[in-house]
Design a protein around this ligand. Structure first.
Ligand code: IPM
Ligand code: MG
Length: 361
């Protein structure tokens, strides 16, 4: 049966990189008999421009009616002055919360061909294979109350609330332990339990859930130390699990270990395994429209979609191998350019992946 995929290009470089991922999906269809129906919709600034809403109802409905969602990126400087409710980011956060995509998987894998592209020494990062499991629908991103209020003395005060209920911690803990069971069976839970009550409960629940996974070794680390360890000795980690905001920050750091944020895909899953897939980099307005963005994170997001939601593991493997091959051929987009390699643009990189895939059909 044909799979329905909602395609949400979004803003900035979103449309350029998603176009390359769509080429890959079309190739799977024409060469490997993977039946897929692609339906495009607007989100973020594009949704606001067309419909006055960063998450138009039709877009949300399309996602609900699909087997999976592929998203490019949202945001741009032209939207920064809008009221918070209308900003592009609200579209992304609305998708995450409405679709209950609480489990965000952000793998940081270093392709050996890119060991020189990292700003860290090759021996620190080579062989890196780390999975960050970020809680995505709770914490300070969504906690109430929130706002900006005026105090009695007339001064303004901004406030947000960091809250986690036990069930929210439990389910992200299960996600992390289940993933660890398929990897090196080590989970490091990152928190700020020396200061925050929320983190104290987080630790307690992690310990409790860990008992259901006796083969997995659980450790705890404060977030400040974790950020330091990530750049000092990143290979000590297998799976890291953490709150929404800490995960946001640590995953950008982890991305840079791999040479470029342009290489990293992500999956955001609900309890049933339905998911939204997107590169972890943003809309990169500075290079949007120039055709120089790196489409590999988005193409690798398609691989994650095949692996985690669509149960097409063999096709996922093929895409990942094809990406390795184009890197072996020495093809590099601007962000990962290095001496002796051939610089290509976004579309050329997409075409090269398709060509590498087609050879195997
Ligand atoms: C991410 C992004 C988003 C986040 C922004 C665009 C709202 O930085 O996916 O990491 O903070 O979650
Ligand atoms: Mg982020």
């Amino acid at each position: 049966m044909s799979k329905k995929i909602a395609i949400l290009p979004g803003d900035g470089i979103g449309p350029e990189i998603v176009a390359e991922a769509v080429k890959v999906l079309n190739c799977l269809q024409s060469e490997f008999g993977f039946e897929v129906e692609l339906n495009e919709a607007l989100v973020g600034g594009a949704g606001y421009d067309a419909a006055g809403d960063p998450l138009p109802e039709a877009t949300l409905q399309l996602c609900r009616d699909s087997d999976a969602v592929l998203l490019g990126a949202v945001g741009g400087p032209q939207y920064e002055a809008l009221p918070r409710e209308k900003r592009p980011e609200k579209g992304l956060l609305g998708l995450r919360s409405n679709l209950e995509l609480f489990s965000n998987l952000r793998p940081a894998i270093l392709y050996p061909q890119l060991a020189d592209a990292s700003t860290l020494k090759p021996e620190v990062v080579s062989g890196l294979d780390l999975m960050i499991v970020r809680e995505l629908t709770g914490g300070i991103y969504f906690g109430q109350p929130r706002g900006i209020r005026t105090l009695e003395n007339g001064e303004q005060q901004g406030y947000n609330t960091l809250v986690y209920a036990e069930h929210e911690i439990e389910r992200i803990a299960h996600s992390a332990f289940k993933i660890a069971m398929k990897r090196d069976k080590r989970v490091c839970s990152v928190d700020k339990a020396n200061v925050l009550e929320v983190s104290e409960l987080w630790r307690e629940v992690m310990e409790r859930v860990a008992k259901e996974y006796p083969e997995v070794e659980l450790s705890h680390m404060y977030v400040d130390n974790a950020s330091m360890q990530l750049v000092k000795e990143p290979k000590q980690f297998d799976v890291m699990v953490t709150k929404n905001m800490f995960g946001d920050i640590l995953s950008d750091t982890a991305a840079m270990l791999t040479g470029s944020i342009g290489m990293l895909p992500s999956a955001s899953l609900n309890a049933e395994g339905f998911g939204m897939y997107e590169p972890i980099h943003g809309s990169a307005p500075d290079i949007a429209g120039q055709g120089v963005a790196n489409p590999l994170a988005t193409i690798l997001s398609v691989a994650m979609m095949l692996r985690y939601t669509l149960d097409e593991v063999a096709l996922a493997d093929r895409i990942e191998v094809a990406v390795g091959e184009v890197l072996d051929q020495g093809l590099r987009t601007l962000d990962i350019a290095s001496e002796g390699c051939q610089q290509v643009n976004c579309a050329e990189m997409g075409d090269a992946v398709v060509a590498a895939l087609s050879v195997k059909a």
